[in-house]
Design a protein. Structure first.
Lengths: 115, 112
């Protein structure tokens, strides 16, 4: 059973460019969350997708957008890249059910460097 | 608003010594609490979780944590450190089952 997969592993972009990161959830999961982890810091919640809609959003500007596909995979798009967007981007998947707690499984992340 | 505070950005212990990583949380509702470990250039791995069952939670690799509501703490312990325990550890709280808030992390160093 494959866990959460992310692509690409590493990415280098220049300021002002746009980037798309991809995530495939763990088999059986229907919910995808994205996190940004700057160097030396804890992950920061960007947003969560469920049923192809953004269910909750953290404190990130509109330059950060996402999408979830019918097969539950997800994309994170960042427009007008800034140097401060350089970070490890983590995807986590979970299964939304009747209980309020849903364990998240994390992918290995995509390392984005903005020059 | 929910928040997580990890006391000590770096902790150093000798191999075989007790590991204690401190975490305090703030939550207006009963929280779900987690400890994750991150090895260099890797994602996060769940060590253990508290979801309102037993207050003493046992996790993988010999780690455990105790939920203390009166102290709003969820400290992580391991009786005997191993060299392979050297990593970054994150305490986290889940809000409403959706958004997870992480602490800033504690890097654990294990000396031979």
């Amino acid at each position: 059973d494959a866990g959460v997969t992310q692509s690409p592993t590493h990415l280098i972009k220049t300021r002002g460019q746009q980037v798309t990161l991809r995530c495939s959830p763990k088999s059986g999961h229907d919910t995808v969350s994205w996190y940004q982890q700057a160097l030396g810091q804890g992950p920061q919640f960007i947003f969560q997708y469920y049923e192809e809609e953004e269910r909750q959003r953290g404190n990130f500007p509109d330059r950060f957008s996402g999408h979830q596909f019918p097969n539950y995979s997800s994309e994170l798009n960042v427009n007008a890249l800034l140097l401060g967007d350089s970070a490890l981007y983590l995807c986590a998947s979970s299964l939304t059910s009747g209980i309020s707690y849903n364990e998240q499984f994390f992918g290995p992340g995509t390392r984005l460097t903005v020059l | 608003a929910q928040s997580v505070t990890q006391l000590g950005s770096h902790v150093s212990v000798s191999e075989g010594a007790l590991v204690l990583l401190r975490c305090n949380y703030s939550s207006s509702v009963p929280p779900y609490l987690f400890w994750y470990v991150q090895y260099p250039n890797q994602g996060l791995q769940l060590l253990l979780k508290y979801t309102s069952a037993a207050t003493l939670v046992k996790g993988i690799n010999g780690f455990e944590a105790e939920f203390k509501k009166s102290e709003t703490s969820f400290h992580l312990t391991k009786p005997s450190a191993h060299m392979s325990d050297a990593a970054e550890y994150f305490c986290a709280v889940t809000v409403g089952g959706f958004k997870t808030i992480f602490g800033a992390g504690t890097r654990l160093f294990v000396k031979a």
